[in-house]
Write a protein that binds this ligand. Sequence first.
Ligand code: NAD
Ligand code: LMR
Length: 331
Amino acid sequence: MSSRVKVMVTGAAGQIAYSLIPRLVDGRTFGDKIVDLCLVEIPAVVSKLEGVVMELEDSYFPNMGKVTYTDNFEQAADGVDWFLLVGSIPRGIVYEGKKIEERADLLKINGGIFVNQGKAIGQYGKANAKILVVGNPANTNALIGKSAANKDTQLWMAMTMLDANRAKSVIAKKTNTNINEVKNMIIWGNHSPTMYPDVENAMINGQSAGSMINDMQWVEEAFLPVVQQRGKAVIQARGASSATSAAKASLDTIMACENTTKAGDCFSVAVQSDGSYGVPKGLMFGYPMVRLENGRIEIKQGLHLSEFAKQKIALTTAELSSERDAVKHLI
Ligand code: NAD
Ligand code: LMR
């Protein structure tokens, strides 16, 4: 295994990136590997990255390798192992005179970014590169990027780890357990209000969290809406989209992909559906994932889905299908 890893972060002058970048080189996310960073921004703000690099240099990170910054995505993509595609417009801001409230608005604005980035990743990224799309609407942006990259040896993912972390937090409070005791937390489908956080398959010390809670009314009326709408609640409270928790979830996703999943556990991320669990092939869908000892990353199979779960999964599947239809011209 290589002792160096090359990581690209787009949107590197943004909020999430400010919390994310230092932790890529702190010796935890990639263990003792030396981490080379390429930071990418749009031309209007790329010069701000000089300041980011100064701070990185001033922070003494023993594992930090070469750090470069640019507004040229294609050049930066050369030989990259991990692409963290954060760069895009968040909800809650005014864009061309209109307040951006819903993810559907973002689809029109952000979707196009991922065509050229996808092409460059397919052409210049490592053959086994992993790509984590954070910029919203993450699932469909990843679908656009993957289709433009057209390279099946690369693994395209869209982030649902933040939703899983949020769900774990709510379940831990409800069951009076520590958050680290909540395992097998799955977010099915879209990173949007239709996502289905699966309390029935979540496990606490070998027992189903659903059966411990034993209150489907609470699940339907409290748990699901809180997790599904948490992004909006943070925007309302903070006046800006979640940043430090999104950065932490990005790091958690990387670590989940880099380290073997413990028996009985899984992690949440969206990957392109191969038809597993009856989801139409091709959608970028939030699944339970495992990273095997040989490094392969696969959809965890064999989980039971109740009728309740199936109904909820059908809703998020329908939303992702309609998002795919809306970007047909880009894929
Ligand atoms: P931000 O506005 O602070 O930063 C975004 C940065 O992206 C800006 O600096 C902008 O210049 C840059 N950018 C825009 N287009 C780019 C391009 N083509 N190439 C490179 N850089 C580009 O926003 P933020 O708070 O950091 O959020 C970034 C994105 O992440 C938003 O779309 C937000 O909705 C999303 N998000 C996703 C999750 C998730 O769980 N998937 C969680 C939180 C936020
Ligand atoms: C989140 O879930 O916090 C982000 O996707 C931001 C948003 O727009 O909800």
